[in-house]
Structures are given as structure tokens and as C-alpha cells.
Design a protein around this ligand. Structure first.
Ligand code: GCU
Length: 669
């Protein structure tokens, strides 16, 4: 049977002809845990894929003979980004790295090239685009996972760290294989008693299973901890006793976990308490933690997801999208060096399409990281296939044109757009909310792990072509047969557009049922409540007016982009309803009315989702039966659910607009 937990590390046998020269002796760089993990991984991979009998030589026996040599040449700067080279020559293969984890990355890269039957490079050099390459897991200590769709937590049960951490260790290995170097293991809505001494000792066990893979453990904390754990009367970040409490607590954590990564903070958001309670700013709160962490080289990921969830629907100036810039821009330049503002990719909340958050361009003297969501909260919850790197790539490529220069998001989050005064790039990077669970294959849908894989690849190198990323994932996960690679890569590459097509049109935001589980259509559930995910579907027209006449949100963008979004003539139509309120018979550039375009798109996208079933059936007997059946079942579900979505949306538009479908369709039979 297939081992679903292997994900893209199956190490299935490959055609060996081009790898005959790969030596069967590995010379490790040292006997330290990460270096040993690298050598053992190499041995496991080569033996399994090439049917070889590779041995690990003693380090001292290294001088002569062909070998795969692992070499560690630490750089001088502790800030240096992970980097490795691979060289092949008559005397074998040399993988040289500047950090132990980069040595692992070099090994995994070599194994990946072989697994995907790619030629080995004569010389290749790779350097990470940014230092922060983390996943956030929204696990609660009771074992449940917020927005987790693949079973209970691999880290916690019954209020404690699990006894058996085998899965956590396997997960760290998977993360290392795609260059991820940090994992925040608990919900941003953190348990209030998380930081008790007993829990910290338990977290140390988790850090131990991460350590050989170069994955630093991080935690989400609640800012009230000085009260809830420390028994103090206040958590005011400017109170010296509170600062002293944090310092002691952080020292205690580092005694237990010397390579602890840092804290993620959700405050003043969705019912979490925060510095506003004392009239203090996000900078006050972030900095008190940052000062405690700095001596240990830890960081604070302070989330930009701060907004008022009791907005007044009747106020046409009220706009949740404004919250990021409104709450943070004025504190630019006042955050400590080890604070990083973690900004969700869009200004609302992980919809199928949103514009890029303007906060990326508003923080010029502050470190930032982008938060993406691999957990498909609003995008089908791992019951629909949606390959999100297509969306992320579009986001990372978006040029905000700050100061009328080219400042694409990827350059901002890798610290290059707004460098430090000395010209060096800022700290920054990439975070994925992932939420893997105990289900054997981690994320439920056999296709969903392509999202985590793609996240790691883009975090390492945001310029890596999408076609290459999905090609590699497919080969490693499903094998190298051409018909398999062709079909799966084609389906994955079209999947985001298909999902967007039968769910939310033209940047409308969410038509998902937001009152329940964020799954399935609930067309008006986002309207007329304080959460502010509105699209204002009225008799006269639809869409949020975010122009200067409306909420003014568009003015938060640098001027070129603001001008483009403000004018109907230049606003991208896939974001039309995010920015403008227009009549239902508004003419799109292709001559169709808005409402007719919505009808057409929904029928065609639902049909395309339906086609996944028959296209997949071509692989019957070609891929293993177990995964074949699993995917077939999910594709059938998606096909049906796409019809439910499509009909719900089209019926609603017909009712509210009073404009019938020009083709006379009234839904699927
Ligand atoms: C979304 C999600 C919540 C989560 C929040 C966050 O609103 O539905 O479950 O807590 O994002 O990112 O903090």
C-alpha cells in the first residue's frame, strides 16, 4: 500500500541510466545531529531511488575515492541567508553549505533532481530569498485545530504535548525538504495558560524532534499572559513589571529550548485582548516582547490582522479593508529590529481573490512578512482541488509602485524594496498557515500537499516558475510517467481559476457561508453584520465602493496603483467589485454585461470542475488504486459541489438583478 505520509519524499525507483556515476559512498561533514540527518537522508534516498547500496563513511576516511561529500563552511555573519552549492565532477558530488540546515537543503535538492529524473548540475548555487520561511499551525492544546481539515493535532492532545511525537518529527523532515526553517505549532488564538513552566517543558520535547531538521519551534502567545500565567494585575506593555515578567519568561523558554524561534502575536483582533486596552500601540506591545527575545536572537511576528469586527453596516465609509494601514502605518519606523509585521496577503481574509494588502507599501522602515494560507479555509477546505501557488505568484508579482519605483510584493517581503540605512536588505519573509493533521496524508486531499510544497518553493525562491514547481511535485508524488505528469500538472494549473469561476466572481469577496464553517455558498451571509466582508448587493447594483467617493480605501495604495484602481476604465475586471459599486448590466470590456458574464463563468467553471472526473479516469490502473480512488471520490464531490455553488450564485443574481440569462438557462437539472 502507498505510504501517504511520505508525501513528495516517496523515493520511488527511477530510471537509473543517467545516474550511474553517482558514488555509493557518502562522506558527512560531521557527526552533529543535523549533519548526520543529512547524510542519512542522502543514503535513504539514493538507496531507494537508485537501488544502490550506499554507505556512510567515517569522516576521517574522507580523503580519497569518489564520494558524495557534504561540506560545511560557516559564514561569518549570523544574519547570512541559507545557501548551498552542488558540484559534480570526476571525483563525485560535493554539496557545500553555509549552515547545517542549508546542508540538508542541498541534500534534498539533489534527491529531488534524481526523483524527478532531471540531469544533475555541473555547478548549481542556491540561496534562500529570505530568512523567515515558517509555517503557522493553528493547533489548540486540546488537540483540535482551528480551520484544520485533516484530523486532530499532530502536536497536542488533552491539554498537553502528545506523548508520541513521531508524526511531528516526520513533519519537520517534510518541512526541511522544502527549505522551511520555522514552525509555529499553536493557534494564533492562543491558549491562555500556554506559558506555564509545565507546558514549556513539554514544548521542549517538541523542539527536540524538530531540531535535527533545522526547524525552529515558535509559539503564538496571548498578550494577557502576565495576568493569566503570571498572576499580575496588568498586562500593560509599558509597565516595567510586565516587561520584567516577559524577560524572565523568555529566558525560561530559552533555557528549555535554546534554538527557540520566537513569538507570533494576534492582539486587538477578533476578541483577543491587546495593547489598546491601555491606550498603547502595536509597537509598544511588539517591542516589549522583542526586547526580551533579542539577546537570544528570537523574533516577534506581530500580525497585521487587526480590525474592528463590530463595524456599522449603515456607515458607507466603514471598511474592514482599511484596517491594516489605519492601524499600523503611523507606527512605521518605531518597531524594534527583531519585530516583523506579518501581513495577510489581502486586506480581508484569504478569499479566492483579493487585491494585495496596501500595508506592504505603507511600512517602509519596518520588517514585514507575508502570511499565506495553505489551509484552504475559503477555498474548498481540501475537498476541492485548488492549487494556491497560482494565486500566491500573482500576489508576489503585484507591483505596488511605491515612490513610483518598481516594488513588487516579493521584493518588499524579502527586504529589498525598502532596505536598511546601510543598504542591506531588511529581515522578512514568508509564513504559511498550514494546519496539517493526523490523517495519513497530512491535508486530506491527495492533491493538497502540492500547496505546501509550492509554498516552500516560493518562499525559497519566489521567481521559480510555477510550471517547474508543479512538475517536480507531481513527479515526486505520483511518478514520472508522462501521461500522469501531463494530466496532473494541467489540472493543478487550471484549478485556481476554475474554483474562482464557480465561487466568487470579479473580486466580490466571499459568497461563502461565513456564519458556519466557511464552506459552501451562503450568498448573503457576509452582508448586514459587523464583520465587514461586505459586497453590498443592492437593487441598483453590486460591489463595495472603495473609491474616493466611497470608503477611500483605494487611496491607501501608492498613487500609480491608486489611479489604476480608482478609474473604471483601468480597474482590472477580476477585482471590479472589490473596488466599485456598479449596476448589474454594467458593460465589461468584452462587451458582455456583468451579470451575463457571471452566469457564463459559473456554467463554464462548473463544467470544467466536472471534467476533472472523466479526465482523472484516464489514469485508472496507471496510478496506484488507493490514491486513484481517493482522488476520484473527491473529484466527484467537487463536481457536484461546483454545481451547487454555481446554481446558488446564478439564481441569486437572477433574483436580485431581475435580468434573466440571455441563454435561458435556469440552473443545472
Ligand atoms: C480568519 C479565520 C479565523 C482566524 C483568523 C486569523 O478569520 O476564520 O479562524 O482566527 O482568520 O487569522 O486570526
Amino acid at each position: 500500500a502507498e505510504d501517504g505520509s511520505a508525501a513528495w519524499l516517496r523515493y520511488a525507483p527511477v530510471a537509473t541510466a543517467q545516474y550511474r556515476a553517482v558514488p555509493t559512498r557518502i562522506v558527512p561533514s560531521s557527526d552533529a545531529p543535523m549533519e548526520r540527518a543529512a547524510a542519512e537522508e542522502l543514503q535513504r534516498g539514493l538507496n531507494s531511488m537508485l537501488g544502490a547500496h550506499t554507505e556512510i563513511a567515517a569522516q576521517s576516511a574522507s580523503a580519497r575515492g569518489a564520494a558524495v561529500r557534504l561540506v560545511l563552511t560557516p559564514g561569518t555573519s549570523p544574519e547570512a541567508l541559507d545557501s548551498y552549492t552542488i558540484d559534480t565532477s570526476a571525483s563525485g558530488i560535493r554539496i557545500a553549505a553555509n549552515t547545517p540546515q542549508a546542508e540538508l537543503y542541498g541534500v534534498f535538492h539533489l534527491l529531488e533532481l534524481i526523483g524527478a529524473e532531471q540531469p544533475l548540475p555541473k555547478h548549481e548555487q542556491q540561496t534562500a530569498a529570505a530568512g523567515i520561511r515558517w509555517t503557522d499551525e493553528w493547533d489548540n492544546m486540546n488537540g483540535t485545530i482551528e480551520r484544520g481539515y485533516a484530523g486532530p493535532s499532530i502536536f497536542f492532545e488533552n491539554g498537553h504535548v502528545r506523548q508520541d511525537l513521531a508524526r511531528a518529527g516526520q513533519y519537520a523532515r517534510l518541512l526541511a525538504s522544502i527549505g522551511i526553517n520555522g514552525c509555529n505549532v499553536n493557534n494564533v488564538n492562543a491558549d491562555l495558560d500556554l506559558l506555564t513552566p509545565a507546558h514549556i517543558r513539554e514544548f521542549a520535547r517538541l523542539a527536540e524532534v524538530f531540531r535535527p531538521w533545522g526547524v525552529r519551534l515558535a509559539m503564538s502567545i496571548d498578550l494577557t499572559s502576565p495576568q493569566t500565567v503570571g498572576g499580575m494585575s496588568t498586562f500593560d506593555p509599558l509597565d516595567p513589571a510586565v516587561a520584567a515578567w516577559w524577560k524572565d519568561k523568555v529566558d525560561e523558554i530559552y533555557r528549555a529550548i535554546p534554538d527557540f524561534g520566537g513569538f507570533t502575536v494576534k492582539a486587538d483582533s477578533e476578541g483577543r485582548k491587546g495593547p489598546s486596552q491601555y491606550g498603547r500601540s502595536p509597537a509598544d506591545a511588539a517591542n516589549v516582547l522583542a526586547r526580551a527575545l533579542a539577546p537570544h536572537h528570537g523574533v516577534v511576528l506581530y500580525r497585521g490582522f487587526v480590525y474592528n469586527n463590530h463595524l456599522d453596516w449603515n456607515d458607507h465609509k466603514a471598511d474592514r479593508a482599511r484596517a491594516g494601514v489605519d492601524n499600523f502605518a503611523r507606527y512605521d519606523g518605531t518597531f524594534e529590529d527583531n519585530v516583523i509585521i506579518q501581513i495577510k496577503e489581502g486586506p480581508i481574509d484569504f478569499q479566492a481573490r483579493e487585491p494585495v494588502s496596501p500595508l506592504f507599501a505603507a511600512l517602509r522602515r519596518t520588517n514585514v512578512a507575508i502570511e499565506l494560507q495553505t489551509a484552504q479555509e475559503y477555498t474548498g477546505q481540501q475537498r476541492h482541488m485548488v492549487w494556491l501557488p497560482s494565486m500566491w505568484h500573482w500576489v508576489l508579482d503585484t507591483d505596488l509602485h511605491a515612490d513610483d519605483r518598481s516594488t513588487p510584493v516579493e521584493q518588499i517581503v524579502t527586504g529589498h524594496s525598502f532596505p536598511l540605512a546601510n543598504g542591506k536588505p531588511r529581515r522578512g519573509g514568508f509564513v504559511s498557515v498550514t494546519n496539517v493533521g493526523m490523517e495519513a496524508n497530512w491535508l486530506h486531499h491527495p492533491m493538497a500537499m502540492a500547496n505546501l510544497y509550492g509554498f516552500g518553493k516560493l518562499a525559497w525562491n519566489p521567481d521559480q516558475p510555477l510550471a517547474q514547481i508543479i512538475d517536480r511535485w507531481t513527479r515526486l508524488t505520483w511518478g514520472n510517467r508522462p501521461e500522469v505528469v501531463k494530466l496532473i500538472t494541467t489540472l493543478q494549473l487550471e484549478s485556481w481559476q476554475v474554483y474562482e469561476g464557480y465561487t466568487g466572481p470579479n473580486g466580490i469577496g466571499t459568497l461563502t457561508n461565513i456564519l458556519g464553517y466557511h464552506f459552501g455558498p451562503g450568498i448573503e451571509s457576509a452582508e448586514r453584520n459587523g464583520w465587514g466582508q461586505w459586497f453590498r448587493g443592492e437593487k441598483d447594483g453590486i460591489g463595495m465602493d472603495r473609491t474616493a467617493n466611497g470608503t477611500g480605501y483605494i487611496q491607501q495604495y501608492p498613487s500609480q496603483l491608486a489611479a489604476k484602481y480608482e478609474s473604471l476604465a483601468t480597474c482590472p475586471e477580476d477585482l471590479l467589485l472589490f473596488f466599485h459599486h456598479v449596476p448589474y448590466d454594467y458593460k465589461l470590456r468584452n462587451g458582455k454585461t456583468l451579470v451575463q458574464s457571471i452566469y457564463d463563468t459559473h456554467y463554464s467553471a462548473a463544467a470544467q470542475a466536472g471534467s476533472y472526473v472523466t479526465r482523472w479516469q484516464q489514469l485508472h490502473g496507471v496510478v496506484d488504486d488507493e490514491r486513484y480512488e481517493q482522488v476520484l471520490r473527491l473529484f466527484r464531490f467537487q463536481a457536484g459541489h461546483a454545481i451547487v455553488w454555481s446554481d446558488a450564485i446564478n439564481n441569486w443574481f437572477q433574483r436580485i438583478s431581475q435580468i434573466p440569462d440571455a441563454q435561458g438557462r435556469v440552473g443545472h437539472e
